[in-house]
Design a protein around this ligand. Structure first.
Ligand SMILES: Cc1cc2nc3c(=O)[nH]c(=O)nc-3n(C[C@H](O)[C@H](O)[C@H](O)COP(=O)(O)OP(=O)(O)OC[C@H]3O[C@@H](n4cnc5c(N)ncnc54)[C@H](O)[C@@H]3O)c2cc1C
Length: 325
């Protein structure tokens, strides 16, 4: 073939539509092959090993995997007669966040979270941890997003709150009508929770607390769920009454309305792309004289009376108290 013919052939090759076998498809990475297809059978009984490892959680784990493989949201793929699921980490941060929320919506609609706060210990706790582990095996973002909502937001309500909080928030938390987050960490104080700079003062004339971010290092940072979806948060803050600092307390604050708009007196920024966990929306929060009802103080060990008297079961500020669950 002469030189011109050769070049013409190359150029025309570029102009041809690609054949399907060389098209690049964006698909979830699923190169895993079940070992029984390529390896000899193990010499031990795999069912017994699984019983040993998963114990009484095996049924729960199977139940939840079974829910997941039934939905296209989990990209089920049949390999060697077994169904595998995986998230698509090629998706953008925004798509991964959206998918996490849609997966939660699907699991909620199956009734998986019904009665979350009513499950008696210790079986209830085992159930919750098995659930967290199973969704986390699929995708840590899904595990973290559910963990923040149920274990951090829900756990704070449960253990730091009292009946008035349980009656008001448990049901709407189970249904995700309320999407909870947990604003403890501040930019200037992660492990040093006692040094948190957020300040909450009490206004006896309106029976309200007023939450403030007094400086940049007090901004809440890394808060899971804050960037996109959370409607409410637990705020860890210093409590100050009549100029006296009564120490660290936790409060409930609404940060978005039912349409997802950020509430007045609240500012939120996105922590953005991370090296992992991009399906979880971490954000930063500032409070600018946000007023909340007196009842939003989580009051299992300390309370403020309507006229502004501070009452606490903890006498020594250096000591905590064991809360009976
Ligand atoms: C992906 C992600 C999600 C998160 N989600 C949330 C959330 O939803 N809500 C929330 O409130 N927070 C959240 N956090 C924040 C997390 O709780 C903090 O990062 C953590 O508490 C540590 O705080 P820090 O990052 O400020 O580190 P620092 O406290 O500054 O610690 C820095 C280093 O010093 C060490 N160190 C600290 N104190 C001591 C000490 N006394 N003695 C010895 N060594 C010490 C630490 O081990 C660490 O190596 C999240 C963080 C990440 C990364």
């Amino acid at each position: 073939m002469d030189r011109i013919n050769f070049r013409t052939q190359i150029i025309s090759g570029h102009l041809q539509p690609p054949t399907t076998d060389i098209l690049l498809h964006v698909t979830p990475c699923l190169s895993y092959t079940p070992p029984e297809l390529t390896e000899p059978q193990p010499t031990f009984n795999t069912k017994s090993l699984r019983k040993l490892l998963d114990g009484q959680s095996a049924d729960i784990i199977d139940y939840i995997f079974n829910l997941m493989i039934q939905s296209p949201l989990f990209s089920p793929k049949n390999k060697g007669g077994r169904v595998f699921i995986t998230p698509d980490y090629n998706q953008s941060m925004e798509q991964q966040r959206e998918m996490t929320m849609r997966r939660i919506g699907y699991l909620r609609d199956t009734g998986l979270f019904n009665g979350w706060f009513e499950k008696p210990a210790p079986d209830g706790d085992l159930w919750m941890f098995a659930m967290a582990e199973t969704v986390g095996v699929f995708d840590h973002s899904l595990g973290i997003k559910l963990g923040v909502h149920f274990f951090l937001w829900g756990g704070a309500l449960r253990f730091m709150g009292t009946k008035r909080h349980h009656d008001k928030w448990f049901k709407s938390t189970e249904t995700f009508e309320v999407k909870g987050c947990f604003a403890m960490t501040g930019l200037g104080h992660g492990s040093n929770v006692r040094g948190i700079e957020t300040i909450t003062r009490y206004d006896a004339s309106t029976s309200e607390f007023i939450i403030n971010t007094p400086c940049e290092s007090a901004q809440k940072y890394w808060i899971g769920g804050a960037a996109n979806h959370a409607t409410h948060t637990i705020v860890f803050s210093q409590l100050e009454i009549n100029g006296v600092n009564d120490g660290m307390h936790a409060f409930i604050a609404q940060i978005r309305d039912e349409n997802g708009n950020v509430c007045p007196n609240v500012r939120i920024a996105d922590c953005g792309h991370k090296i992992g966990l991009n399906g979880a929306d971490n954000g930063r929060i500032w409070f600018d004289n946000l007023r909340i009802p007196r009842e939003n103080l989580l009051n299992s060990v300390a309370d403020v009376s309507p006229d502004g008297k501070y009452l606490s079961a903890i006498k020594d500020p250096d000591q905590g108290i064991i809360v009976k669950c």
